[in-house]
Design a protein around this ligand. Structure first.
Ligand code: PGA
Length: 250
């Protein structure tokens, strides 16, 4: 049985003081939450949020990480820095990183392997653009992103990997994939994991859906067989929106 995993991606919102206040509220609101829960503030708020969630049932996430361990890389943040600040999980390959900042499958794969080798958990984001979907290429794209992202990752390391399917056209747009369409891509992703690794690995893989997840659509999406949780952007910035999603009863 896969554990439901709800993650909040705060993107480039909230100063450290604002992030700390939101984390405090979530910590008390989510005390009894039975699901795995993560919040991922921006880099400058990680330290403040780390001290709030330490020892609680909320995991601390980062939204990105350098593909190299350390060195002359102006403006980057290393895996060692994230570890030192108490980060548990790093979100990699988010569509905004892929499409706004030009991250390739190769670079994302380097990040995945580096994070795992340092004991961080990874959320590997995949998803097709509207153009790719309209061209009938959605399955091909997510299959390729899954294979490339996991290249060189051992079956043993997979226990620290979550995949997030986020159709690019559904992120921040208010448009959501229908539960059936999303579930179908999740199935394709699971089959891809099965082909690379094994039936057991595929069965155990937690696959989140992301893209305009809201309290109104969360239950329907997550009730699908292959949807094991959510990666939530906009709705993760407000307690009254994130709470009903995180407390979804499967
Ligand atoms: P959204 O973002 O929920 O605001 O669509 C999801 C994401 O980008 O992870």
């Amino acid at each position: 049985m896969r554990k439901t995993f709800i993650a909040g991606n705060w993107k480039m919102y909230k100063t450290p003081a604002e992030a700390r206040a939101l984390a405090e509220e979530l910590k008390s609101a989510l005390k009894g939450c039975k699901h795995k829960v993560l919040i991922a503030p921006s880099f400058t708020a990680l330290d403040a949020v780390s001290s709030v969630v330490k020892g609680s049932n909320i995991l601390l996430g980062a939204q990105n990480m350098s593909n190299v361990e350390e060195g002359a890389h102006t403006g980057e943040t290393s895996v060692l820095m994230l570890k030192a600040i108490g980060v548990d999980v790093v979100i990699l390959g988010h569509s905004e990183r892929r499409h706004v900042y030009g991250e390739t499958n190769e670079v994302i794969n380097q990040k995945v392997k580096l994070a795992l080798s340092h004991g961080l958990e990874v959320i590997l984001c995949i998803g097709e653009t509207l153009e790719e979907r309209e061209a009938g290429r959605a399955e091909e794209v997510v299959k390729k992103q899954t294979e490339a992202g996991l290249k060189g990752v051992s079956e043993d390391q997979l226990k620290d990997v979550t995949i997030a399917y986020e159709p690019v056209w559904a992120i921040g747009t208010g448009k959501t994939a229908t539960p059936e369409d999303a579930d179908q891509i999740h199935q394709v992703t699971r089959d891809t994991v099965k082909n690379i690794y094994s039936a057991d690995a595929a069965e155990a893989m937690v696959i989140q859906y992301g893209g305009s997840v809201k309290p109104e659509n969360a239950a329907q999406l997550m009730s699908m067989d292959n949807i094991d949780g959510a990666l939530v952007g906009g709705a993760s910035l407000k307690v009254d929106l994130f709470l009903p999603i995180a407390e979804y009863d499967k």
